[in-house]
Every structure is written in structure tokens, then in C-alpha cells.
Ligand binder design. Sequence first.
Ligand code: AP5
Ligand code: MG
Length: 189
Amino acid sequence: MRLLLIGAPGSGKGTQAGKLAERFGIAHISSGDLLRQHVQDQTAIGRTIKSYLDRGDLVPNTVVMDMLRKPVVAAVEAGGYVLDGFPRTVEQAQASFPTARSLGAEVQAAIHLDVPSEELVRRLLARRRGSDDTEAVIERRLQVYLDMTVPLLDYYADREWKFAVDGTQAPDAVHEDIVAGLKKLALPG
Ligand code: AP5
Ligand code: MG
């Protein structure tokens, strides 16, 4: 099973990816978690990208794609993935497609977690993950989502394997809606 979760900051990508990974025995791959780990470990990548994360800007495509290649290939071999936070631009979707295709590992479903912005801000301010959960950076992350990721949703709009769920419900209810959507696509199977 190969899934994408697309949603604004705070929409519940990490929460739902965790539940899907557990339910279906697939790997949860979060671009944001991996990037934050690099910063924490002060790797070469971490030093390059820290300022982007702190501002709430997207890090350069090549950095994200190079970082994800290995874990995605390993996950494909091990039974599948749920990608949380990648792709988040049309450019990333287009750039990664040839690789996915050559691996025979094209995505089977893209799930949009739909949550209005007031609720997103409320959740993120309550969470305070770190330097990117301040009011100013949250605002920037939401703007980047509108500018860069909403066009990706439009790009996928007529794909039959893309669907949206109401992400304002309780986490378990969101999860069940996702599972119901996957069943409609005859996934898993
Ligand atoms: P990333 O880590 O992906 O952050 P994000 O998109 O801003 O989203 P979050 O992780 O904050 O939220 P989430 O949707 O995972 O929600 P969560 O489940 O945590 O990216 C961080 C940065 O990395 C980017 O700004 C960028 O710089 C860089 N980056 C990452 N990917 C990149 C890419 N592909 N290209 C370039 N740069 C990239 O939930 C949030 C909170 O709400 C939690 O407290 C949770 O408990 C709560 N919650 C969750 N679900 C519910 C619910 N149903 N009801 C009530 N509360 C809920
Ligand atoms: Mg997350």
C-alpha cells in the first residue's frame, strides 16, 4: 500500500500517518520529521536547512528528494509507505514521478485532510513543537501551504485516487473515513 497525506500545517498528517502505518503495517515517512532530525543531529543537511525550517519556508527540492530516496525505496521493498508531507508542490510531484514509476511504486491514493485555518492555528499554538510553532512562523507556513500546496491539490483534482476527508473530526473518526475511502478504491487488495 502506497499512500500520500496532503494537508495544511496542523491538519493531522503525522497523527493520521501513524494510525495508517500501524493499521496496514507500512512505513510512516515524514519529510518534516526527517528534516528536524537532521537539524537535531547537526548533520550537513541539518546545517543547510535549519534557517528554512525556522522561517517556515520549504527547503530546496533536491535536499528533500535526496533525503527521501533511500527510506522510500526501502519501504517499497518492505510492503509500502504512507508519505506525510511529500510531495507538497506540483514541482515535487512531477520530479518524483519518474522515480516512482521506474520502481513500479506509483502512489495508489492521495488523501487530503481538510481543516479550516482557524482550527489549524489553534492546534499549532497549543502544540508548540519548537521554533516553527510561533504565531509568526505558523502564519508563514499557512501562506506557503496556500501558495505551494493548494496548487498540488488542484493538480491532482481529477485523479480518481485522490479524495478528501473532514479533518476536523476526532482523530479516530478521521482515520475511519480514510479507511472507508481506501476501501472504495479497492485498497488494500
Ligand atoms: P512538516 O513537519 O510536514 O510540518 P507541517 O506541514 O507544518 O505540519 P505539522 O507537522 O505541523 O502538522 P501535521 O499535519 O503533521 O499535524 P499533526 O498530526 O502533527 O514540515 C515542517 C517543515 O519542514 C516545513 O515548514 C518545511 O520547511 C519542511 N518540509 C517538510 N516537507 C517538505 C517538503 N516536501 N518540501 C520542502 N520542505 C519541506 O497535528 C497537529 C496538532 O493537532 C497536534 O498537536 C495533534 O495532536 C493535533 N491533532 C491532530 N489531529 C487532530 C484532530 N483530529 N483533532 C484535534 N487535534 C488534532
Ligand atoms: Mg507533521
